[in-house]
Structure formats: C-alpha cells, structure tokens
Design a protein around this ligand. Structure first.
Ligand code: ATP
Ligand code: MG
Length: 196
C-alpha cells in the first residue's frame, strides 16, 4: 500500500510494563506540540474500560475476568472508536500481549489491526535490569513482581508479536531502546521513525 506523506499517522506504541511507554509518550507529545502537530493519545485499555462501563462493567478487574468473547467485543468497540480519530498524529499506548493463565493473549489481534489500520508500530524495550528496577521503584503503581528471566522472555515475545502485526498490515515496525536517563533522545528516535 502506498501512502502519501500528508497522511495522518496512527502510531501504535507497545512495551511491557515498566519499560517507560507513558513517560516516553508524554515527552513525544511535548515535542510534537512544539512542532505545531495536532496530536492525541489513547491508552487502549482505558478506552476499552470506558466502553465496558457503558455496558455496566464496574472496573478493570471485572473487565479482565470476562469471557474471551466479551473481552473481544470491548476490544472491537475500542478499536472502532480510536479508528475514527482524525488528528495529524494519533498515538495508541498499548501492550503487544497480556499475560494470562492460558499464555500470552495478543493485544493486537488481526481484527484490531484491521480496524485501527496503524501506519507505524513502535516496540519500546529497555535493559531488563532497568525494567526490573523501574518496576520496583515506581510507588505509584501496583505492579506484578517478576524475575529478570521472565522480563527477558517477555521482551522477546513482545518483538515476535509485533513483527507479526507488521507483516500482516504492511506497516513498519521499529524497535526502540529506552535507555536510563535518555528519555529525550528516545523520544526523538520514535518521532524520526514516525517520519515526522
Ligand atoms: P505500564 O505498561 O505499566 O503502564 P509504562 O511502560 O507506561 O508501564 P512508565 O510508567 O512510563 O512505564 O515508566 C515506569 C517508571 O520508569 C517510571 O517511574 C518512569 O519515571 C521510569 N522511567 C521510564 N523511562 C525512563 C528512563 N529513560 N530513564 C529513567 N527512568 C525512566
Ligand atoms: Mg503506562
């Protein structure tokens, strides 16, 4: 598919918990606003929850425990809503997968990609030791504590899942390393990958 340079960007940014997505996206938005770009950010999970609340679901925990079919329904509702946004740059903050008892549940199955039509996939990673320390230090969040070995495995699965999204959609995937204390530099790399 050939895209014109003027086309709006729909940029999917994934990363395992604690890799620094939210911090990085705030910096990216700051830089893009300085460049007079009209940018919006959606956390896919938050949009799903908003849709679920309209149908009587109380909170994230109740959403997480619904049947796979019901969750799929809310995934589709969220993707449909985000797909309608017309900003110059629409950033989607999400996860390549969600850890479940059944295994890795894809955050971006084909039916979501078909609705969202992302122009770019960005996979944020960081050194496993840094992710581990960030999860431990971040007092604002109630994060699952996992081992360094599981973090390494999750990083590998993340790139494998995102590669499939790239192949299926025909949109490029860019892996970006979020180095400790280098948020500005990392944000610039992501913006460059967006072609802005
Ligand atoms: P989640 O998927 O759980 O929402 P996240 O990927 O959005 O996680 P953040 O909340 O952005 O992660 O970051 C986790 C912690 O790491 C925060 O305390 C943040 O300040 C810190 N952090 C992120 N990037 C860097 C960096 N490059 N250098 C130092 N600290 C960082
Ligand atoms: Mg976050």
């Amino acid at each position: 598919m050939v895209r014109s340079l003027e086309e709006n960007k729909k940029v999917v940014i994934v990363g395992i918990p604690g890799v620094g997505k939210t911090t990085l996206i705030s910096k990216i938005v700051e830089i893009l606003k300085e460049k007079q770009k009209n940018v919006s950010v959606y956390s896919f999970g938050t949009v799903m929850l908003e849709e679920a609340k309209n149908e009587g679901i109380a909170d994230r925990d109740e959403l997480r425990k619904l049947s796979v079919d019901r969750q799929k329904h809310f995934q589709i509702m969220a993707a449909t809503k985000i797909a309608l946004k017309t900003n110059d740059v629409v950033i989607i903050d999400t996860h390549a997968f969600i850890n479940t008892n059944e295994g890795f549940h894809p955050g971006l199955p084909l039916y979501v990609i078909d609705l969202l039509k992302p122009t770019n996939f960005i996979s944020i990673s960081a050194r496993p030791e840094e992710i581990y320390n960030r999860r431990m230090k971040d007092g604002t969040r109630n994060r699952d504590i996992i081992s360094l070995a599981s973090i390494k495995k999750e990083l590998a699965v993340q790139d494998a899942m995102l590669s499939s999204c790239s192949v299926l959609s025909g949109s490029p995937m860019k892996p970006v390393l979020n180095r400790e204390g280098k948020i500005d530099e990392t944000a610039m790399k992501v913006i460059k990958a967006m072609g802005i």
